[in-house]
Design a protein around this ligand. Structure first.
Ligand SMILES: [Zn+2]
Length: 145
């Protein structure tokens, strides 16, 4: 069952949440690392309604989604929060697309980009402890086909 969940999320609160999670040390110019205090807001994106900043030090342009998988995507902050939540919870791309008013290819593309990032962040080194609990070994055994 699809829920009209997008209408229940406040875009300003979603923006604050994304700012804290995407840029925990504060929004910075992706070109020269200058803080957003050294930039001026010169317009808003049309669909996402995000402020677009021009860096006063390097003239670079950026917004909340710059250097993330959501760069160049016209998603509202509420759509991004709910999409992240849905992907994390394993909702299907079809359901997420319907609930969030997005196309399936868009959801599919973002899901793959997030999964590729998560995989790239996995450590390559073996686990340090010498013992493996039996229940850990078989915990996900029934979920794979
Ligand atoms: Zn800059």
């Amino acid at each position: 069952m699809d829920f009209p969940i997008l209408d229940l999320i406040d875009n300003e609160l979603a923006t604050d949440w994304l700012l804290n999670h995407f840029h925990p040390h504060g929004l910075k110019c992706p070109h020269c690392e200058a803080g957003v205090g050294e930039a001026r807001c010169f317009r808003q994106t049309t669909t996402s309604q995000l402020p677009v900043y021009r860096c006063l030090l390097c003239d670079g342009i950026y917004n909340l989604y710059s250097s993330t998988v959501f760069q160049q995507k016209q998603l509202t902050p509420a759509q991004v929060v709910l999409l992240l939540r849905g992907i994390y919870q394993g909702e299907s791309s079809a359901q997420l697309a319907r609930e969030l008013g997005l196309s399936r290819p868009t959801v599919h593309c973002i899901r793959h980009a997030i999964q590729a990032n998560a995989q790239a962040m996995q450590p390559n080194s073996p686990v340090v402890d010498q013992q493996t609990e039996t229940d850990e070994m078989f915990q996900n055994a029934g979920e794979k086909k």
